[in-house]
Design a protein around this ligand. Structure first.
Ligand SMILES: C[S@@+](CC[C@H](N)C(=O)[O-])C[C@H]1O[C@@H](n2cnc3c(N)ncnc32)[C@H](O)[C@@H]1O
Length: 443
């Protein structure tokens, strides 16, 4: 593949400057374990879920695809020391959902209640009879005016600006109507309700932020919800058809929890396979991207939203660093020093990077604790680049994993991401890896 860029950032360690030495040595040490796996590019993003029944109903942009999980279960699943599959950053629940459909017991954890609700909604669909959703939709719609507007966190600015008043009130009535339902209809309808908030608002999820789009035309919430109900009905019928042909595993356990500390959920050495993708060190703030959903269903006011923001993994710019927290890896320290001399567009980036790796080291420790000997971790991560400084997240995490007793056996490069046009102008084009890490706990 001659047209491809080399996977190594610094192929020649003798020829690097001091401020790059740690990273260059890391690249050299892990070079034999790096390999191209560009055929996986289509599966590391949520785009691969567009046609997957259930998963297609919610646009969780940070998700990876059903097929990625299925492929790894097929490859490594037969030889696991114990069958339990875990995703400690489950997002919309792609991993537990795929594990279940492929015959494995599984568990999923996410700190964001929206994510847990979406994952629970998907599982609820599997417990419904064809026709139930449509019938319930018609009933609720007929009586909608009798439901009072549900309380929402309307002291959050974006929520006030996101909807014309009558649309917001209408959606609040729908939320009250959904709250009256019994399980599993309630969880399924909550998923569908959450899925229409962004389309029915003057906002758009856009990487780091939820952006206001005042000119965006707003469709009728009832019509959008009806479309979603119709799609969900198709999926319920699909699941009824395939259920008898597939060997499903038991329903997954889903928890609203913290990947840095899984002690209340999982005793040691109980998990055979961790398939996951943590937040990337790219400043994205999930509590902003999903603020409409959070404010309609999970937080009562701005203070609760802010508390949630400070309880997630510290991958965003408002992350707070404690005074006693040191860089957990020399390459992190090196990046911090390199950035110190630069004009950053946000001065908090170095603190965020340190906090990110401190948190991810805690996650690695937990992974080691819960994995049974011989168990595997498959983790999708992005490298990042700030002011021309490359942060090899894939290698730093793999090195931390090795320090904590895991064997970082392979690093697959699934795709290269571009740089912002600003970085390219200033520092030239340097492809940034998105990688799949394969680690194993020694047997
Ligand atoms: C890249 S997404 C994972 C997406 C998932 N693979 C899917 O297919 O939907 C990362 C997830 O980590 C969650 N998260 C952030 N901090 C967390 C923490 N401390 N513990 C557990 N989950 C966390 C975010 O809410 C987000 O859903």
């Amino acid at each position: 593949m001659p047209q491809l860029p080399l996977p190594l950032e610094w192929p020649d360690t003798h020829n690097v400057q001091d401020h790059q030495r740690e990273r260059a040595e890391l690249e050299a040490r892990y070079a034999p374990r790096l390999r191209y796996a560009l055929e996986w590019a289509q599966w590391v993003s949520y785009v691969g879920n567009r046609d997957v029944p259930g998963l297609r109903l919610y646009r969780y942009k940070e998700a990876f695809s059903y097929k990625l999980v299925r492929q790894f279960l097929r490859r490594l699943g037969p030889d696991l020391p114990t069958p339990l599959v875990l995703d400690p950053f489950m997002g919309m629940g792609t991993t537990p959902f795929a594990a279940m459909r492929n015959g494995f017991p599984s568990a999923g954890v996410d700190r964001l209640p929206v994510a847990v609700a979406v994952a629970e909604g998907l599982l609820a669909l599997l417990r419904l009879q064809p026709g139930q959703l449509l019938e319930t939709f018609r009933l609720l719609r007929r009586n909608l005016s009798s439901f009072p507007p549900a309380p929402i966190a309307d002291d959050v600015r974006i929520v006030r600006l996101a909807f014309p008043e009558e649309i917001r009130e209408h959606l609040q009535r729908w939320k009250s109507a959904v709250d009256t339902l019994e399980s599993p209809l309630r969880e399924a309808f909550l998923l569908l309700f959450l899925s229409i908030l962004e389309p029915c608002s003057q906002t758009a999820k856009d990487g780091q932020f939820l952006r206001l789009r005042p000119d965006k035309p707003i469709p009728s919430p009832d019509e959008v919800l009806k479309q979603q109900v119709t799609r969900a009905e198709e999926d319920v019928r699909f699941f009824h058809r395939v259920r008898s042909q597939e060997r499903w595993g038991p329903p997954p356990s889903l928890w609203n929890g913290d990947a840095r500390n899984l002690r209340s959920f999982l005793p040691k050495e109980t998990v055979g396979f961790i398939i996951t993708s943590p937040p990337y060190a790219n400043r994205y703030d999930y509590t902003r991207t999903y603020s409409l959903e959070l404010c309609f269903a999970f937080v009562r006011n701005f203070a609760e939203l802010r508390d949630l923001r400070h309880s997630v993994l510290r991958s965003h710019i408002e992350s707070r660093l404690n005074a006693d927290e040191k860089p957990p890896h020399p390459a992190v320290e090196e990046v911090e020093k390199a950035l110190a001399g630069k004009q950053l567009n946000n001065p908090k980036i170095p603190a965020m990077l340190r906090a990110y790796f401190v948190d991810m080291e805690a996650v690695v420790r937990e992974m080691y604790r819960v994995l049974a000997p011989g168990g595997w971790v498959v983790m999708v991560v992005d490298n990042v680049r700030f002011e021309g400084e490359m942060v090899p997240v894939d290698l730093i995490l793999s090195d931390l994993a090795e320090r904590h007793g895991l064997h970082a056996s392979e690093i697959w490069i699934a795709r290269f991401k571009g740089n912002s046009s600003q970085q390219m102008r200033k520092y030239g084009r340097k492809p940034v890896r998105e990688s799949i890490l394969l680690w194993q706990k020694p047997a």
